[in-house]
Design a protein around this ligand. Sequence first.
Ligand code: AKG
Length: 250
Amino acid sequence: MLSFHFAPRTRLRLFTISTRHSYSDNSASPEQFPPGFTFWPRYFSTKEQETLLAASLYKLDTTERPQSRRKRRNYWSSRESKSRDGLGPLTKLFAPDAMYEFEEGHFDGVIRHFREMHLSSWPVEKFQGLTSVLDKLYALCPTNDVLTHLLHLSSHGDILPHVDNLSASGSWILGVSLGDERILRMKDTENEGQEFSLALPSGSVYLQRDQVRFNYQHSIERKTCGKALGEVGHRLSIMIRDRNTSSPIS
Ligand SMILES: O=C(O)CCC(=O)C(=O)O
């Protein structure tokens, strides 16, 4: 299977935040980040997020066993679709953890409690308005030859610090966040103390490219601060990367 992840030999301590570069709201301006990192805090409207999330969950569901899909269908038909308090409008599209076949740990140990797939096509015929939302999404990509990856984290899901496998993709990584907010931490592996973190609200998009893509480890943490147990929801990210044309893996 194509691997995008590179597990560091020595794990960096989690929760090492440089106070100089910690952003927790939506007001971060481009000059606050190192060159090579861009953040769009409110890129997609709620309607657009719902369309993207519904289409992504639909695709991920096709990878699961019929029993799981049946279990979820029964769940959805037995309850009214409504958002969980404090977790935003998109939470109504996620079923509880137990309804999915989440994997405990990624083969390289970096991602925990998740399901994922590499996407070859979007179900544009099934979701009204999806085409224009996708046009808006892919317009942010610096180049056109791309790989798309869907990653659904359970309410316990998180991602440990890593640099994406250098041979599996090219020089940039774009990430769309949908669902419950998580914290992205970025840490320069070559320059001690160069690190920053930011909250990723639903509908936001970040881009890491060039020296940030190659030199910074990234991790995704659950935002537990100020939240009681059970108040952390699911998050789905759409990760788009440029193909590494110089590598045999494509
Ligand atoms: O979900 C994200 O924003 C990051 C995903 C990631 O780190 C990965 O797929 O390697």
